[in-house]
Design a protein around this ligand. Structure first.
Ligand SMILES: [Fe+2]
Length: 299
């Protein structure tokens, strides 16, 4: 049976909504009805995403025959996830990361080969506009870990150095913690360096450590219930931007780390594993790594 629904328009006029249907007894048109509810949406992409989401979500509920208790538990879980978010904590990002959604979106975005270095997850600890440091200077406070010298080049797909590229860099301290996880929230092991005329960059920090993602929230509880460990292999994050080039969000992972094959957020790519060389008589480790950016719009 078709039911006409009157709804107020923008100017107070009354429009008739597209037909919703009341199914015959014993026949469910629920999924189609929810999909049809967006028929008036004039954003084709939004409508497509909404409709597809509804179909997959309903199919999931059907397949697992979700109980009312389980549905309510799911609502409570998402509510708790939102409540755990604040200026320094992004629990929804961790949920996306630990479900592999972040890496899947990343894979889709980079299916076409552009010649750029591979990307990796942004993670929940990125902050915009970190403090700038001069070429060769340190982004880490003294004594917060094993000293690490990092240097390399940022190049275009033809191998030419890119001058003035900005590298936002962040990593853990020697205790495996990001600055935002300390109660004082003092910026540390985080900064912005720029490439010189030949595209080279250099800065000092400390050797990052493998670490557990935060476990004191609903995502940690989920991983525990699933019997999953919560560790990420040691890595240094980079977000590189340069005028005329597509931004690159990536990370360099420490060769030999025991969690490379089971990263809790599925961010490791083979091409992003690099040796953090120890053995310098001064006790300073070194990391040498080049990055390639693709020109904006390159496919
Ligand atoms: Fe990280």
């Amino acid at each position: 049976m078709v039911v006409a629904v009157s709804v107020p328009g923008e100017n107070g006029s009354v429009a008739t909504a597209s037909a919703a249907t009341v199914p015959a007894e014993g026949v469910s048109t629920l999924t189609d009805d929810v999909v049809a509810s967006a028929a008036a949406c004039d954003d084709a992409r939004l409508r497509f995403v909404f409709e597809t989401l509804v179909r997959h979500l309903h199919a999931f509920v059907e397949e697992v025959e979700l109980t009312s208790d389980e549905w309510l538990e799911g609502v409570r879980f998402l509510t708790a996830t939102g409540h755990k978010c604040d200026e320094y904590r992004q629990e929804f990002m961790m949920l996306s990361d630990t479900l592999g959604v972040t890496s899947l979106v990343d894979e889709i975005a980079h299916r076409a080969s552009t010649g750029a270095s591979e990307s990796s997850v942004l993670g929940p600890f990125y902050t915009e506009n970190p403090p700038g440091v001069a070429h060769g200077e340190s982004i880490a406070a003294p004594g917060c870990g094993v000293p690490l010298d990092v240097r390399g080049h940022v190049r275009d797909a033809d191998g030419a150095g890119i001058a003035g590229a900005a590298l936002d860099v962040w990593g853990t301290d020697g205790d495996g913690l990001y600055d935002s996880q300390h109660s004082e929230h003092v910026v540390d092991c985080r900064g912005r360096v720029r490439t010189t005329e030949d595209g080279s960059f250099a800065f000092k920090t400390v050797v990052p450590q493998s670490y557990s993602i935060p476990t004191d929230g609903p995502v940690g509880a989920m991983l525990q219930r699933l019997g999953r460990h919560t560790f990420r292999p040691a890595h240094l994050h980079f977000r590189i931007t340069a005028e005329g080039f597509a931004p690159l969000t990536t990370a360099i992972y420490a060769a030999g780390d025991p969690y490379l094959a089971s990263d809790a957020v599925f961010g490791v790519r083979t091409s992003l594993i690099e040796e953090f060389r120890h053995g310098d008589a001064s006790g300073t480790a070194t990391l040498e790594r080049d990055f390639t950016l693709a020109k904006t719009g390159a496919t």
